[in-house]
Design a protein around this ligand. Structure first.
Ligand SMILES: *Cc1c(COP(=O)(O)O)cnc(C)c1O
Length: 401
């Protein structure tokens, strides 16, 4: 018998999924990262760590989150039935808390005193500040001046949670510079602190670690779906920014006969700077310490990107996704701002669920795919709720009349 290929393994010891990933680090950070790798391998098999994380998920985060059959939406749309994995019902309103609590617990086991990270729109900053407060750790969030002005409610949330928000006022004063600033702060204080990456990106072991912390999403969803329907869905999908909520869902289904779709933001169109569809339009490159598909300029620097969803506008993408694209196991598709807007209002009106704009990308693709499939079912990761997006929606889309 010929063995079927087994998907979802790796990375190798150097952090590569196929040719993607790795560790492209300044020499001073090699030792601190080696310590993180060693600590992670230790705690991943430590029963005290696993038991504590399980208890946090249950009593603090509100897991398991349900799988919900969006019956009205499905019937109005026609075709396959749409099911939602309700990550929007997590404490703090999105899947990001899944890996932030894991990273916080790792910091505690390593005896670190401080969590350091950057944030763009503030979602990762808020989730990490929440973890820091829970574990009694200090928290330092680097954020561009431009983003601080745009995202006032999240800045207030981080401060209420006791985090120090460090304004970054060089360069374009947005996410890219915030990453540089956070990295410098970590370099200066790696004895006492740990750098917490907000998706399945960055140098090894973060793509591995964040995936492992997120895979609870897919493990739960697979079991819940089987219990509800007696079978597996024909297809699953999730939006892809860095790719953490998608890896969380996909990992549990990689070796099942299930079609898998990652949905990237096409923004305003295919011109450079109008979208952030990394895997559809990027090519191999290096960003923030790892190799991946990258939207880049001729000189290899990251190209400008755009999406109406601020959680999706990253020019790189997690290395495991790149490998899954090349192997053909996962298909990567796109959704424009307009398709996202349409799905956003449909979900609000037919089901009483206001999704995050990021998550509405996945819903939009599910609606399209469901019509094409005609029957069966498609399971969507609803990565977050839309409360954070109210100002944007009212200003740009109105209230859908
Ligand atoms: C940050 C964010 C995303 C994008 O991040 P991934 O790492 O690609 O999951 C998606 N949805 C929501 C609600 C987010 O906050």
């Amino acid at each position: 018998m010929i063995a079927k290929p087994v998907h979802g393994q790796g990375p190798d010891e150097k952090g590569y999924f196929g040719k993607y990933g790795g560790m492209y680090l300044p020499p001073q950070l090699e030792k601190p990262f080696a310590e993180i790798i060693e600590a992670y391998h230790r705690i991943a098999n430590d029963s005290a760590f696993i038991a504590e994380l399980r208890s946090i998920r249950k009593t603090f985060q509100g897991r398991p989150t349900p799988v919900y059959h969006a019956r009205t939406l499905s019937l109005k749309n026609g075709g396959a039935h749409i099911y939602l994995k309700r990550e929007d019902l997590n404490h703090t309103g999105a899947h990001k808390i899944n890996h932030c609590m894991g990273e916080g617990l790792l910091a505690k086991f390593m005896g670190k005193k401080k969590l350091i990270a950057e944030t763009g729109a503030g979602q990762h900053g808020v989730a990490l500040a929440t973890a820091a407060a829970y574990f009694g750790l200090e928290c330092e969030i680097h954020m561009g001046d431009v983003d601080i002005a745009k995202q006032a409610p999240n800045v207030t949330r981080m401060k209420l949670l006791g985090a120090k928000v460090v304004p970054v006022s060089f360069g374009l004063r947005t996410l890219k510079e915030a990453v540089d600033s956070a990295f410098m702060a970590y370099l200066a204080d790696y004895e006492n602190s740990i750098y917490c990456i907000g998706s399945v990106v960055g140098p090894h072991p973060f793509p591995l670690m964040v995936r492992d912390f997120q895979k609870v999403v897919g493990i739960e969803a697979r079991e819940q779906f089987l219990e509800m329907t007696g079978q597996l869905p024909e297809a699953i999908c999730a939006c892809v920014g860095g790719g953490s909520n998608a890896m969380g869902l996909f990992t549990a289904f990689l070796n099942d006969p299930v079609a898998i779709y990652g949905v990237e933001p096409l923004g305003k169109g295919t011109a450079v700077g109008d979208h952030a569809a990394t895997m559809s339009y990027g090519r191999e490159g290096i960003i923030h310490g790892f190799k991946c598909y990258l939207l880049q300029n001729d000189d290899g620097s990251p190209a400008p990107v755009y999406s109406c969803a601020s959680g999706l506008d990253y020019p790189g993408v997690g290395p495991e996704h790149c490998h899954l694209k090349d192997s053909g196991r996962v298909q990567y598709v796109t959704c424009s701002d307009d398709q996202c807007k349409d799905a956003f209002f449909k979900l609000c009106r037919s089901e009483g669920i206001i999704p995050a704009i990021e998550s509405a990308h996945a819903v939009a693709y599910a609606l399209e795919k469901a019509r094409e499939m005609k029957k069966g079912s498609i399971l969507v990761n609803l990565s977050g709720r839309g409360d954070k997006d109210m100002d944007y929606v009212v200003e740009n889309w109105g209230i859908g009349e």
